[in-house]
Every structure is written in C-alpha cells, then in structure tokens.
Design a protein around this ligand. Sequence first.
Ligand code: PLP
Length: 405
Amino acid sequence: MPLTPDINQVRTWFPALASEFAYLENAGGSQVPGTVADAICGYMTSSYVQLGAGYAQSLRASATVEAAHAFMETFMNAQGLGKIVLGPSTTALSHILAGAYGETVKPGDEFIIAETSHESNAGPWEKLKSRGAVVHVWKVDPETFECSLESLRALLNERTRIVAFPHVSNILGQIVDVPAIVQLVHSVGAKVVVDGVAYAPHHAIDVAAWGVDWYVFSAYKVYGPHMAVLFGRTEAFAEIVGPNHFFIPANSVPHKFELGGISHEACAGLLALRPYLQFLAGRHVDDRETIVKAFQVMERLEAPPARRLVEYLRSKPGVRLIGAQGTDSVGTVSFVFAGKSSAAIVAEVDRHPLGIRYGHMYAYRLVTALGIPPEDGVVRVSVVHYNTLAEIERLIAVFETVLTH
Ligand SMILES: Cc1ncc(COP(=O)(O)O)c(C=O)c1O
C-alpha cells in the first residue's frame, strides 16, 4: 500500500485549486494537473499536424495518438482483450456504438436500459425501436435506489442483445455489482454496455476482472482533457461495423469508430496524467500497478470529506438523501430538502466561493421515477480526492444558514 501524500502536496499539481474556490461539482467535470494543460499547449505548438505523413512532426503526432490508446488499455486493464476507441464524449461514443448495433437489428431483438442511466446510455438504445427493436426499461426500486438482479432476470431472454447500465449513477453515487450483472446477462448470450463515467474518477477500472463487453467513461471527469474512452472486447467488436468511411476496412478498429479523427492535443493531455499518477503511487514506472496504487491513494483521500458530508446531511432534519450512501458509494452525494427548492438552495450557495449544482443532471428518467420534479431535481455535491475536509466544513457552514425553513 503506497503512503498517502499530503493533501496540500496533491493540490499543488492542480493550478485551479490555488484559489479559494472549492470545486465540489466534480461529477460534472474535474480539474486537471498542470502537466495535462502544459502538454496540450506543448503539443499544439510543436506537433500540430495531421497523422500518418512521413515528416518528423507527423511521426510525433501519430506516436502520441497511438500512445494515448495504449495508455488507456493499461488504465482500464484491457491489454490483450480488445480495443480502445477514443472520442469527444461518452454521449457521442454511445451514439456511435448504438448506431452500429442498429445496423444489425432484426425485428424482435431486445435491448434493456437501466432506469438509473444517464441519458447518454439510454436514449441511443431507445432509438433502436425505430429499427424494430424491443426496448425494456430495467426499473429502479425507489426505496433501495437499486435496479435489482431479480427484475433484470425477469426481463432477460434469448432475444436480448444488450443490457445498458451505469456502474455508478451520477445522482445516486452507489456502486453496482458489475460482475454479478455480467454473469446474468452472459447466461442468455447478451452483452453489457457499462457507463463508467461516474465510477472512473474514484476507483481503478478493471475490465479484465469484471468481464464486461463494453465500458465507456469520460476522461474530462478523470483529471484529463475533454474526451471519452470506450473499451470493447474483441468478440463484441465482431458483432458490429463502425460507421467511418466505406473504404476504411471493417476490421480497422478503432479507426472505423473514430469519426473524422480524434483530438490529438487531448491525447497529449491524457498522456500527461501519467506523472501525476506516478506521484500519487510513489513509483516512477508507467504500468498497471502505478494506476492501481494511485487510485488506492485517491480512495483514501476522498473518504473523509465525503463521509463528513454524508453524516452532516443525514443529521439534518428535512434532508432526504437520494442514494443509499453506504460504504460502497463514491463521493457523489445528492439530496432534496423539504420546503425549499433545489434551485433556491444552490442559488444561495452560489453567493459563496463554492461550486455545487442542482437539476436532473441528464439522469432525467431516474429523477422522474423517484418522484422528483426533473426541472428542479436534486442538489448535488460531488467530492473527489483533491477536496478537503475544510472545504466541506465551509459548505456545511453555508448549508446551516440555507437548509432552514
Ligand atoms: C454517469 C454519466 N454518464 C454519461 C455522461 C455523459 O458524458 P459526456 O459528457 O462525456 O457525454 C455523464 C456526464 O455527466 C455522466 O455523469
């Protein structure tokens, strides 16, 4: 187990954290280490040319993009299992994936979407109805906030192609049992598409251990630049053809799925996460162990401020936590307050140097299923490893004046 570095040392890596503003809306997007910002700038001023030509700058550009794919393979523990597709956002990659499945739909094929989903992993699958697919909603239990294995079992059959669900809901914060779902879904010959966006900032991704077919997350919420990453297993890619130009061969993956190319400068930024992970892990090697250890450190740093926030909200009369907030939750904490709108609460907090948010956060179906008006939604505070107990105490001090009748 690596030693946990001092939180002040951790924060010095992030130029944005030098101000007194407390970034507590990390589930919306995280801050980046200075190395990431510098690498983007450096790339744009030294190798900003097209890939695939023979001159030095182009060779450097090609190597950067290739290295970013390889880094993400290690990051997700995907070596030898399949391929990494990079793209502008999880929403875009999910549309590309569902669209490619759409080309293969036969009438009566079934798709299942979890009600806890962010819309990016629900809407693209629901659209397949227009191709003759049957789309089922895997309902959330409003008491436990879970989509249960029993209710999934009742929806699955030999016509099921895909089960799409979030590893962690961006509202609820609780981690679902991915391997158990994968086992059940594979038992009928279907595949899973896991939205890992709300999980990836908090814990190391391990597609090998979980047995997932497809797993997608957004790098800009994991201390990186604005881009997203999709892992697909070799057997899963074999079911579909990517939508890129007709003359690009079907087996040219990831190119067939990376429409019009990807952000090369973002690839350079992504690669510059490595020194930060090495710093956290306390070892100067770019390998899987460094990633695992870095996330162990993040888990230890995140737990105290997240726990303090949950304990405070639990103790506050009138607060209804939206999410189980048990030991297997990440630091994404949502609530509603009796007698005051989420909008009004956040408007008052906005007068202070504290960044939080309210709304349905594009988990529109979930919020509606829980009986919460989606326009007002929930108040969400999202903590990651670089947040401090002092920031949470400042937020609590403001909540003390706001969460009153
Ligand atoms: C759980 C979850 N899934 C998907 C997304 C969509 O990600 P992107 O903005 O990369 O499309 C978000 C964004 O907030 C999210 O929180």
